[in-house]
Design a protein around this ligand. Structure first.
Ligand code: ADP
Ligand code: ZN
Ligand code: ZN
Length: 814
């Protein structure tokens, strides 16, 4: 029954599995309308949680006593309706709870759960009361501390849950429990100071005569055009006391302003002047502009250096002029600061940058300001597809083939491309996918007419594509070993450096050597938690697991056979760096990989050194393959092209080609041209030969034929059903039973091909065994039914902490 006076009951969703929606009463006396998208604080079981109103004026189910909301946090909807709708779609498409989808959509910082404050009742003594050991401990701790938050107390006592003992202590009248509201970051304030307009009268001048510093400060402020920050005054040695005294005398105004955090305020983005589009670009832009007001998906296939960024910029202008907003997705902000900088340079502070390294407070401010309409463009990685704009005019996905657009760790495992397309289908506006090496899915859809294909086959300014040469590693052996860096590559590096050019060297493996192998028994040192070989890191002098981060000392004897003949094998970036340092001692050699880019701005710094010309050679992992546009890079060397080729994954070839084409595209961007050397053991592999000729279409044709034959996407839809758990036996039988259940479902009969269950290629990660079922179907709908059926009917056994993960459209089957 809807309440006629004031806001009635509302439905609230909490950001977690089984998070609702649940119905609540509005707070006592609350009169404003409670719109969907507003955050509220509500009691939930024994806890207090932050949730989001998803429906107003609901009729509650009969016979249920509703609880009341405690606090209304927002006075306007923080989460626009279209994001709530999007979360519902995600929960359907990716088979998760609505609450789990909300958790992915809204940054966690907005949804901080509440806490409770625990206090001893004054003067009380537990004499005569029977307390359990845990209750006794709680009492003693509180006696020492007076008052504590429940979360603190839990940590202090290293206990799993204190809810039960606390409840009974409260019942006995020993303690008081009060709700402590969610902790939200506080708005950041800046203190401003300004001289009063009216000049001080003579009396005050006399007053100031005895306080020369105050007079100086006042005169300084009078000389300024407007208010200045207090911190500026203190920096030039006018202390807070001086300023305070002046304020007291009424000579200056001192006040605070809200100062939203902008982490990029201090970052110097290189200047950029957008050039006039070339005829090719003009044609593409005109084509696109015509269709911006309809829901179409465009695939912009432009070779590396064809000027896709300029196309994006020209498209954004009309969108912004029409008062609409835009999202630009990039694979990773840190690696694409150059592209991001160009948007910032053209559109200025209207561009919000959603960086994964933002602090909670920064993220809070930026997201909130987007939802208040203070930004027009958001640039960011995967989750920026959820930027809370409410009049979105376009979504652009740059480097759309990148696998970072698919969430691979948390539930829901969504793909930003699919999410973007659905979001814009609701808004009735366009999505642009850009790439030099489109994913085969997108390319196939474009050729089938589902997407519209636009092409930029040539580089901007008519520069030629770089010459690509192959160095066959099978031929250059010396001392019974293939070389790391062959003669040819050394020669070309030397040549490029003599010509005052710069060199990029790619090796898709960090660390010094790849692994430690026993020459006696062939055993490779593996991580205890992951069944993955450990990587040697010389600088740490340790073995490191690249999956879970576990570290171990380097063993002196083989753990399997006890032999002392343990030798390092394979190559890593660290080793390539040290070989180069030996060969080119006078050159500046830098390295960019996960080990060297821990800091928030470290990517930016490494790339700035390269841009400024300070770096001669940059060695790196696939991080250096993306988006860089440096005309002075005369040579790109690929130390070993084969690392990604041999993985047991249906996308291995596509990834290898993509990586080679992208890294090759980093050179030949200036008048002096550029060259690429690829070292490989498999020179006739299709991924390599296509990279030599820069021939994406023929690569795609060949690889698509193989996919069709083997029944892999884009010719079938995939659902990877992953089972994980600590007990391998229990897990295997759980997987078997699930497979059987699926095969017995009559409504899906004949529509699915089910492979497995079998152990995943990565059999064990972080102490958990992994099995999977691969479900294939020509019908997307059948995949949808299969996933929904599994989500609904499978209950993982609690023994061994089993779990089932449904990965729709997986980006890898590892
Ligand atoms: P892509 O992203 O397609 O690899 P970029 O957008 O990085 O290519 O552009 C490559 C280079 O060409 C950049 O330095 C860019 O400034 C330049 N460029 C692009 N379009 C033009 C143009 N119309 N005139 C002159 N230079 C251009
Ligand atoms: Zn051994
Ligand atoms: Zn591990």
């Amino acid at each position: 029954m809807a309440n006629r006076k004031g806001p009635a009951n509302v439905n609230v969703i909490f950001p977690m599995p089984r998070g609702g929606p649940y119905t609540y009463l509005a707070p006592e006396g609350h009169q404003q309308p409670l719109l969907p998208g507003i955050r509220v604080v509500a009691p939930f079981g024994r806890r207090i949680l932050t949730g989001i109103v998803v429906e107003a004026n609901v009729t509650p189910p009969e016979g249920i006593r509703l609880k009341r909301l405690q606090v209304i946090i927002d006075d306007y909807p923080l989460v626009p309706q279209e994001l709530l709708d999007l979360a519902r779609w995600i929960s359907r498409y990716y088979f998760c709870d609505f609450g789990e989808a909300i958790r992915a959509v809204v940054p966690g910082i907005f949804m901080r759960v509440g806490d409770r404050s625990i206090r001893l009742v004054e003067g009380i003594k537990p004499a005569g009361l029977k307390l359990s050991a845990l209750q006794g401990k709680i009492f003693d701790t509180l006696l020492a501390e007076g008052q504590l938050l429940q979360s603190r107390l839990t940590k202090r006592l290293k206990s799993k849950s204190l809810s039960q003992p606390l409840a009974s202590l409260a019942e006995m009248g020993l303690i008081e429990i009060t709700d402590h509201l969610p902790l939200l970051p506080r708005a950041r304030l800046r203190t401003m100071v300004e001289a009063r307009k009216e000049p001080p009268d003579d009396e005050l001048k006399v007053l100031l005569a005895s306080a020369p510093r105050q007079r100086e400060c006042l005169e300084f402020l009078q000389g300024m055009a407007g208010p200045v920050e207090l911190s500026l005054l203190t920096r030039i040695n006018f202390s807070c006391a001086i300023v305070g005294a002046l304020a007291k005398k009424g000579l200056i105004n001192k006040y605070q302003v809200h100062d939203p955090r902008d982490p990029f305020r201090h970052v110097k983005f290189p200047g950029y002047q957008a050039p006039e589009p070339s005829p090719d670009q003009k044609e593409v832009i005109a084509n696109l502009k015509e269709s911006l007001d309809s829901h179409k998906v465009f695939l912009l296939h432009g070779v590396t250096g064809s000027g896709k960024t300029l196309v994006y910029i020209e498209l954004l202008r009309p969108v912004l002029e029409a008062g609409k907003q835009a999202i630009i997705l990039v694979p990773e902000i840190a690696l694409t600061s150059q592209t991001t900088g160009r948007f910032r340079a053209v559109f200025g502070p209207r561009v919000a940058v959603l960086h994964s390294g933002l602090s909670d407070g920064e993220r809070y401010d930026i997201w909130q300001q987007i939802s208040q309409g203070k930004y027009s463009i958001a640039v960011g990685a995967r989750s920026a597809v959820f930027a809370p704009f409410n009049n979105l005019g376009i979504i652009i996905i740059d480097e759309e083939h990148e696998h970072t657009y698919k969430e691979a760790e948390y539930i829901p495992r969504y793909h930003a491309r699919e999410v973007a397309i659905w979001r814009m289908s609701q808004a009735g506006r366009a999505v642009i996918l850009g790439s030099a090496t489109p994913s085969l899915e997108s390319y196939h859809r474009a050729r089938e007419g589902n997407y519209l294909l636009l092409e930029l086959p040539e580089r901007a300014q008519g520069l030629p594509m770089p010459q690509v040469n192959i160095f066959d590693l099978r031929k250059g052996w010396s001392k019974k070993k293939p070389p790391l860096v062959g003669e040819r590559l050394f020669k070309e590096i030397d040549f490029a450096l003599q010509a005052k050019g710069q060199v990029l060297l790619l090796l898709n493996r960090r660390g010094f050597h790849t692994f430690m192998i026993c020459e006696e028994c062939g055993q490779v040192a593996e991580c205890r938690h992951c069944r993955i070989s450990l990587t040697l890191h010389r600088r740490l002098n340790r073995l490191l697991c690249h999956y879970c981060g576990a570290q171990e000392p380097i063993p002196s004897v083989c753990p399997a056979c006890g032999s002392k003949r343990l030798v390092p094998m394979g190559v890593g970036t660290e080793q390539v760096e040290s070989i180069l340092k030996e060969k080119f001692p006078d050159r500046v050699i830098d390295r960019m990989d996960l080990d060297t880019t821990g800091g928030k701005w470290s990517h930016h710094e490494i790339l700035e050194h390269l841009r400024s010309g300070a770096t001669d050679i940059l060695v790196g992992t696939q991080m250096i393959a993306k988006g860089l546009d440096f005309p002075n890079v005369l040579l790109v060397g690929v130390v070993n092209a084969d690392t990604a080729m041999n993985l047991p994954d249906f996308r291995a070839t596509e990834r290898t080609f993509g990586l080679l084409a992208q890294v090759a595209g980093r050179t030949g961007r200036g008048e002096r041209g550029g060259e690429v050397i690829i070292q490989t053991f498999r020179p006739s592999h299709p991924a390599i030969t296509a990279a030599v000729t820069h021939d994406y279409p023929s690569f795609a044709k060949e690889e698509l034929a193989i996919r069709r034959e083997a029944e892999y996407p884009p010719f079938v839809n995939l659902l990877n059903v992953i089972f994980t758990g600590r007990d391998e036996k229990v897990l295997a039988s759980f997987a078997d039973k699930t497979a059987e259940k699926l095969s017995k479902n009559k409504s899906l009969a004949g529509q699915l091909t089910v492979l497995g269950p079998a152990p995943c290629p990565l059999e064990k990660l972080r102490g958990r065994y992994r099995y999977h079922l691969i479900v294939k179907s020509k019908s997307d709908e059948a995949i949808g039914h299969a996933g929904a059926f599994l989500a609904r009917s499978v209950k993982p056994p609690s023994k061994g902490n089993c779990r089932m993960i449904l990965d729709r459209d997986p980006s890898s089957l590892m």
